[in-house]
Design a protein around this ligand. Sequence first.
Ligand SMILES: [Zn+2]
Ligand SMILES: [Zn+2]
Length: 382
Amino acid sequence: MVRHMQFPSNKYLIRHLITTAPRHSYHSATYYERPGAETMDQKGYISCDFVVDIDADHIPTNCRQNHDYAICKACGAFFQGEKPLKCSKCDGTKFDKISWICDECLEVSKKQVFNLIENFLLSDFSIPIEDINLYFSGHRGYHVHLKTKAFLDLDQDARREISDYVTGEGFSFKIWDYKMIQNNMMGFSIDDPGWAGKIAKELYNILVLGEPRIKEVFENPIYGKKLSTSLINIIISNRQYLIKQISDKRKIWQVAGIGEKTWIRIFEILRDRIKADIDVVVSIDLHRLIRLEGTLHGKTGFKVMKIKYDNLKDFDPLKDALSFPDDQDNTLDIEISAPISPKIRIGDTNYGPYNLGEKLKLPLNAALFLLCKEVAQIKPPS
Ligand SMILES: [Zn+2]
Ligand SMILES: [Zn+2]
């Protein structure tokens, strides 16, 4: 990677990009007095955007099992889904990984962007919407840049505090008044600010949807251990009581058979549904490189692009971030070079799945995607 570059204007930057055509392009999220200096010490740190990275890679999705796979580098064994720790055939630990994208994982990361902006940045932090800059990463996620002065000057510890708040990390119920008073479990009120109110609201929303919803949430938590069937049945039989307590804004949530430990597990399951699933490492880094707007992502050929928040709902990365006009006659001849090229939608057309050795003539955007994903090679027409 070539780093420490500085350009007097966009014109010079664009000229450099044209002559070198890098596969990936980044810029620093940090402002320096001398950005071109060779070492960090010499650069003269001024401030840094608060950057939030939301990527389907960090969020568990079911589709991964369908479209990702790994191949053992030693023996060539094929593993569908997440790569295993160890090859079951030869004990090898090195794999070539193919990670794909589909409508489901792109939708999951979009949902998390709405969650972050609506439920945290706008409501809890009161950040003006015009200070929130939103970008499609060109792959399976989004970057949110906060340029509010108060955020620019934050040090690393402060950035970690904010990231922990957004992800519900270091979750302490004590500070939100969770306690047992004379054997009565004290919950939260829907009116409570911040996390306490969010937890009460989320529990209420689940309870009012009835037994199937309660089972779905507590039998299949996003992270960690599920609740036992007997505990879930206790929640179901006390459903009306809890709904009434929460809607009456009463904080006594005493249910026989649910002790302090179980309540904490319930809160953790709720927290994981409420939190914004951000990549914390990115947000606390004061020297982060971020993809350059307008360049292509080297793993997809899609554009890194700024999106107006109002347009996010209708934004379709597999259509709106394509680099070339959707011209079915502008094609490229390629040959599949991986065991499987999973199905991908480009624009309005589905391509694949394809198998090793298949020779194809595909429209440029689709061919480019497969080349960038390294499941195909350019094949001169015979
Ligand atoms: Zn192997
Ligand atoms: Zn997917």
